[in-house]
Ligand binder design. Structure first.
Ligand SMILES: Cc1ncc(COP(=O)(O)O)c(C=O)c1O
Length: 471
């Protein structure tokens, strides 16, 4: 006779779940012995005064999970279940406090982050219309996984677009779409042998620097001169792969002149295992000049790996980025990643395709160019009016951020602490200094000022907070 505690009314669990759990407990605690026969479904149902169905469902679940076994025409028996070596349940110990995530209330905060775009101007209605087109025209493909490189028609659209706007010369076959620049860089850098020496601009994009280091590459930060990355240092360090942001150096804003671009391409052309990774992250935004052609457009020897993103032009939360690989690397990529599953959401990618094809993307960028230009000017004006002679702004009319130097000697730790108190999101140059031997300039503070997300009417308040932080 088996005793099970079953509550028929007011219990949060179904009767069959209660029978299942009670039996499971008895089996695990060896209250029912190994190979013991369980009562027939009908007998147990009568004993508990429940339906045969409830007992049947409980037995089926126990059978599926391996607690019992069945012998045809004989009934159900208890399995010999492997015991844990250690009866102590370590998981019951509290979750480590240092791994707990802090959820900050963003209420009252203002942001001068460079990692944002302005959602107030995003044409969601148009985007939804393009989503409908994607559903209408790609029903079948939405039920399948796509090519490892992303849907071909989306790559074709991107290749046409970057040919027009950035002069990038490529076939759709050369494009690989991914959920961010970092995962894409990780993918193609995996193709390179260990011990490869790579170099990156300093100051530069710390996330890529950290990624390369985590991949155990020998990473050398290279200083900048007025034209961008320093050629002499490149020659002396002699890297195989060079990471640069020639359209709008991150974070200083330098636009690399044509002569340095050609010097770099000549350097890369010297050997067929040298590559330049051109991170073209925000080149769509130029105020007062036309777009400057990409480095890839000038490359005559397939030495440039181009990376682009929709994080600045659309929204960073969409996570749509892409790379353009030269044919030799593409062949290696295809061999290595033949079993790869594309990581981006095809629904968003088809939507993007219609967004570009309908001309909406181009119109959006034009609108955003005017809007960002206006905000940029306003922020600069407000900063100059507030800080007067104590500020020097690197006024490069491009992108979604600029660098500002404040004549003040303060530690960045104190600036960050004060920024928290003032509820202002800001990023100092320290974050982007990649050289471990870096020493702070004693006479000034340098901040990367992003103006994408801040609302026009919030600019004066943000600058007031900044004034209190710095002074
Ligand atoms: C220098 C730089 N490169 C690339 C990116 C784009 O990254 P993702 O495509 O992963 O959004 C950013 C984003 O802020 C950036 O600052």
């Amino acid at each position: 006779m088996i005793f099970l505690k079953i509550v028929k009314k007011g219990h949060s669990k179904h009767i069959y779940q209660q029978i299942y759990e009670e039996l499971k407990k008895s089996i695990l605690e060896r209250k029912i012995t190994v190979n013991e026969k369980l009562p027939s479904k009908r007998n147990l149902a009568e004993q508990l005064n429940v339906s045969v169905n409830s007992v049947s469902n409980a037995y089926e679940q126990l059978l599926a999970e391996g607690y019992i076994y069945t012998i045809e025409r004989k009934g159900y028996f208890v399995e010999n279940i492997t015991q844990y070596i250690d009866q102590h349940e370590a998981r019951a110990v509290n979750f480590p406090i240092d791994l707990k995530e802090q959820h900050h209330d963003k209420g009252g905060w203002l942001s001068l982050s460079h990692m944002t775009s302005d959602i107030s101007m995003f044409p969601f209605k148009k985007w939804l219309k393009c989503q409908n087109e994607a559903i209408k025209n790609h029903r079948q493909e939405l039920s399948e996984i796509t090519s490892p490189q992303g849907p071909y028609i989306v790559r074709k659209t991107i290749s046409r677009m970057i040919a027009l706007t950035r002069g990038v010369k490529c076939e759709p076959e050369q494009i690989i779409i991914g959920g961010g620049t970092q995962p894409l860089v990780r993918q193609f850098m995996t193709l390179l042998k260990g011990n490869t020496k790579v170099a990156i601009e300093n100051p530069g994009y710390s996330r890529i620097h950290a990624l390369l280091k985590s991949m155990k590459f020998d990473v050398a930060p290279i200083n900048l001169d007025k034209k961008g990355i320093d050629m002499k240092e490149i020659e002396s360090i002699n890297p195989k792969i060079l990471f640069i942001t020639p359209s709008h150096q991150f974070p200083t804003g330098i636009i690399m002149p044509i002569s340095r671009r050609i010097e770099l391409l000549n350097w890369a052309a010297h050997s067929n295992d040298r590559y330049i990774v051109e991170d073209d992250y925000d080149s769509e935004f130029k105020y007062g000049t036309d777009n400057i052609p990409s480095l890839q457009s000038l490359d005559r020897h397939h030495r440039v790996i181009y990376t682009g993103t929709f994080s600045k032009t659309l929204l960073p939360s969409f996570r749509i980025s892409y790379i353009v690989l030269p044919p030799k690397l593409l062949r290696e990529y295809r061999n290595f990643y033949s079993n790869w599953i594309q990581g981006s959401n095809s629904f968003s990618l088809f939507t993007l395709h219609y967004f570009i094809e309908s001309g909406e993307y181009e119109r959006h960028i034009k609108r955003m160019n005017h809007h960002y230009e206006m905000k940029r000017k306003l922020l600069i004006k407000q900063l100059q009016a507030t800080f007067k002679d104590d500020i020097e702004i690197k006024n490069v009319p491009a992108g979604l951020h600029f660098l500002a130097h404040f004549k003040k000697n303060k530690r960045y730790e104190d600036i960050n602490e004060k920024a928290k108190q003032e509820k202002l999101e800001i990023y100092s140059i320290e974050r982007f200094n990649l050289d471990s031997k870096y020493k702070k300039d004693e006479t000034s503070i340098s901040l990367v000022m992003g103006f994408a997300t801040i609302k026009t009417e919030e600019i004066p308040e943000a600058v007031n907070r900044l004034y209190r932080i710095i002074n």
